[in-house]
Ligand binder design. Structure first.
Ligand SMILES: [Zn+2]
Length: 296
């Protein structure tokens, strides 16, 4: 009993951040760009060469700041942000809330969930979008529309939000919030349960959408993240049964062929590869490795 008391004391001390009198509460924010309010095309807004890219990376940063604001309002003691779009270098580091640390650039083994570990308490997804082939979702794709036509975990087709949720789930951390268009918010809630969402735009098609003012979008995000982080205990981590069967439908048949040279990679049809991963961490690394396998 005494030993147990000692152990509990040690646990209590370890959950207190150094020099702080409140318990540690770590929030992880992964930010993409296609689901940011106002974004409707890569050509003009979401690619680094776009005419209005500078303005839209600023809007992305401000949506992330709104999420950070909500997280701290809910009691967060530490926030880590992952820039998870394009080349991973979109968030304006100077404009970003100075209380956080930022993960930038690729490659990185856990992709859009880089930096997550079991010390985090909640994951927030900002600016996410529908999976490849998803109707009524602005700029819907999975990782790269020239690379993957579909991504399945244990037979279930998942959007990028599902991959991040499963990776975080492997560390026991739940995704509690997502922002983007109405479709990705609905699909993610169907997959993960009753999480908080902020529909910052309504997709009328692949490019077309009805937008709200950025200020209104940011207020929805701030308030939603605060509620979501406060209610984090209600949401279960997204767990994938082990081993995890990763099924990737490749755009390029030749890349599926080359991936299948690796031991453990099956190729049931020309452009489909299947890898049976020990766990979701292994699975996430496989997805990243195949992403960087390029054959012209
Ligand atoms: Zn994306």
């Amino acid at each position: 009993m005494k030993l147990l008391t000692l152990a509990l004391c040690a646990l209590a001390v370890s959950t207190l951040a150094a020099g702080q009198d409140k318990p540690r509460l770590k929030v992880y924010i992964s930010a993409d760009m296609e689901g940011v309010g106002g974004v409707s095309t890569w050509e003009k807004q979401a690619s680094a060469s776009g005419l209005d890219y500078g303005q839209y990376r600023r809007l992305m940063t401000l949506e992330v700041n709104a999420a950070i604001e909500g997280a701290f309002a809910a009691g967060a003691t530490e926030v880590l942000v992952s820039d998870s779009h394009g080349d991973g270098q979109n968030i304006d580091a100077e404009l970003l809330d100075p209380r956080v640390k930022l993960v930038r650039a690729w490659p990185r083994p856990l992709g859009m969930a880089a930096g997550i570990d079991a010390t985090f308490d909640a994951v927030v997804l900002i600016g996410y979008h529908g999976a490849e082939g998803q109707a009524d979702s602005i700029l819907s794709h999975t990782e790269d529309d020239t690379k993957y036509a579909d991504m399945k975990l244990n037979g279930v087709s998942v959007p990028e939000a599902g991959i991040v949720a499963a990776t975080a789930g492997a560390f026991g951390v739940p995704v509690v919030f997502i922002s983007g268009d109405q479709t990705i918010c609905r699909v993610t809630s169907d997959l993960l349960g009753d999480i908080e969402t902020a529909v910052v735009k309504v997709a009328d098609g692949f490019y077309a959408g009805t937008m709200m003012h950025p200020q209104e979008a940011r207020e929805l995000i701030r308030a939603g993240v605060e509620r979501a982080v406060r209610g984090r205990d209600e949401i279960k981590p997204y767990l994938t049964k082990r081993p995890v069967k990763v099924e990737l439908t490749m755009r390029k048949t030749v890349e599926a062929e080359v991936a299948s040279y690796l031991r453990g990679v099956e190729r049931p049809t020309g452009n489909v590869i299947i890898y049976t991963a020990d766990d979701m961490i292994d699975a996430a690394k496989f997805i990243q490795a195949v992403y960087y396998l390029k054959v012209d």
